[in-house]
Design a protein around this ligand. Structure first.
Ligand code: ADP
Ligand code: MG
Length: 401
């Protein structure tokens, strides 16, 4: 199924390139989107995340031209009315970020940061074609940056070091897309392995491919198609709360604080202004690290029941302590729990930053279709909205075709 989807995407990208430029592309690259199985809001605390590559990709077809600039088209820029657009991109000289962040920012950023790391190129023609949903929390942005950086490697003949590519893509997102993201997305879109989840230590940047080879289990991703408007203070407050508790306990990062230590320091934290809230934020971040490491052990043991329980516990913590869920997402998790193991669901949780977006569930592959049906119809009944649902096995990071 996924193989066919991939083949079709490649064929369509070649066709688009042919349509635009009248020739066959010389280079084809692809990078997947990603989903985080567990380990949410742990990255900026220096903790652990446990994502995997998903069977949705950004594909780029390209040919060098010798021109001064690159001409790049995309099938989906995210713009509402004219999503299929093209633009010119600088490939030499001083490349500065534009004031306004648009789709071009991600592309120009990945080009500029690749050049800075030694991938010198001339002009080229390219077409971007992606089936990663944009803005849905499955990291279409990192997938795009990593695909561009992989293209830059191919065009220049300069190979980046293993972690150099994700780090330069993260810089592109920071500087050109003005988004202060962590390292998870770019690491998994670059370095994920097929049939493996990736345990990533966000403090040391060390990562490990943890086999998830059993084809009987899959990840089911349900997009709530809800995105709640934020005031802008939600994420900064949570980050600041985590930092404050760490500091209060004499550490740089919450990662360095154990749950026992947190509980022993409860009175001290409660004495602070907004202490109750500070304590809850820290309890999530610290507890989530513990759950993530336990989830890794459960995956190694093939203990899907335990893995699923950890996902539900992660969700409850994000809902109650970190307060980043919303009624629509809670409904998806609730329905998944009602379907239960007998119906093919081991566990389910919110994934991504929160306040909407997607849930990820661990499901039995042979029951995935019926789970998707029940989840979709119950969600429509309870929430009055359509969810977009698909099933995926862990896929490989960036590749050249
Ligand atoms: P997410 O990474 O969760 O999908 P972001 O808001 O971080 O959401 O990134 C989405 C943005 O990335 C889009 O609005 C668009 O600017 C850019 N983008 C992603 N994929 C593409 C693509 N295939 N073509 C052009 N721009 C893209
Ligand atoms: Mg993104």
């Amino acid at each position: 199924m996924a193989e066919r989807l991939f083949e079709e995407l490649i064929a369509e990208t070649k066709r688009l390139f042919q349509e635009k430029y009248g020739t066959e592309p010389k280079i084809l690259v692809a990078a997947p989107g990603r989903v985080n199985l567990i380990g949410e809001h742990t990255d900026y605390n220096g903790g652990f995340v446990f994502p995997m590559g998903i069977e949705r990709w950004t594909v780029i077809a390209a040919t060098p031209t010798g021109a001064e600039k690159a001409t790049i088209w995309t099938n989906n820029s995210g713009a509402q009315y004219f999503p299929r657009v093209g633009a010119e991109f600088a490939v030499s000289g001083e490349i500065l970020p534009a004031d306004k962040v648009e789709w071009t920012s991600y592309v120009q950023g990945a080009i500029a940061c690749s050049i800075e790391k030694g991938a010198k190129v001339g002009g080229f023609n390219a077409v971007i074609n992606s089936n990663v949903p944009l803005g849905g929390g499955l990291s279409s942005s990192a997938s795009l940056e990593v695909a561009v950086a992989t293209l830059m490697e191919e065009l220049s003949g300069h190979k980046f070091g293993a972690t150099e590519k994700p780090l330069l893509c993260q810089k592109a997102e920071h500087v050109f897309a003005k988004m202060a993201c962590g390292i998870m997305d770019q690491f998994v879109c670059s370095l994920a392995q097929k049939d493996c989840a990736m345990l990533l230590d966000c403090r040391s940047q060390e990562f490990e491919a943890v086999p998830m080879t059993d084809p009987a289990v899959s990840a089911l991703i349900a997009n709530s198609n809800v995105k709640h408007a934020l005031s802008g203070s939600e994420y900064p407050e949570r980050r600041a709360s985590c930092e404050k508790v760490a500091k209060l306990l004499g550490r740089e990062l919450l990662r360095e604080v154990s749950m026992d230590e947190l509980i022993a320091s409860k009175d001290k934290i409660l004495a602070e202004e907004g202490g109750e809230r500070l304590f809850k934020r820290a309890r999530h971040a610290i507890g989530e690290d513990v759950r993530t490491l336990k989830a890794k052990d459960a995956l190694v043991a093939g203990d899907w029941t335990t893995f699923g329980e950890l996902m539900y516990a992660s969700h409850a913590s994000l809902r109650d302590d970190y307060e980043v869920s919303c009624p629509e997402i809670d409904a998806l998790v609730e329905i998944a729990r009602e379907i239960g193991e007998a119906g093919g669901v081991y566990g389910s949780r919110i994934t991504g930053g929160g306040f909407g977006g997607c849930t990820v569930s661990l499901v039995r592959t042979d029951k995935a279709e019926s789970v998707a049906e029940r989840l979709g119809s119950e969600y429509a009944k309870r929430v009055g909205k359509e969810a977009t649902i698909f099933v995926t096995r862990p896929t490989q990071g960036a590749r050249v075709l």
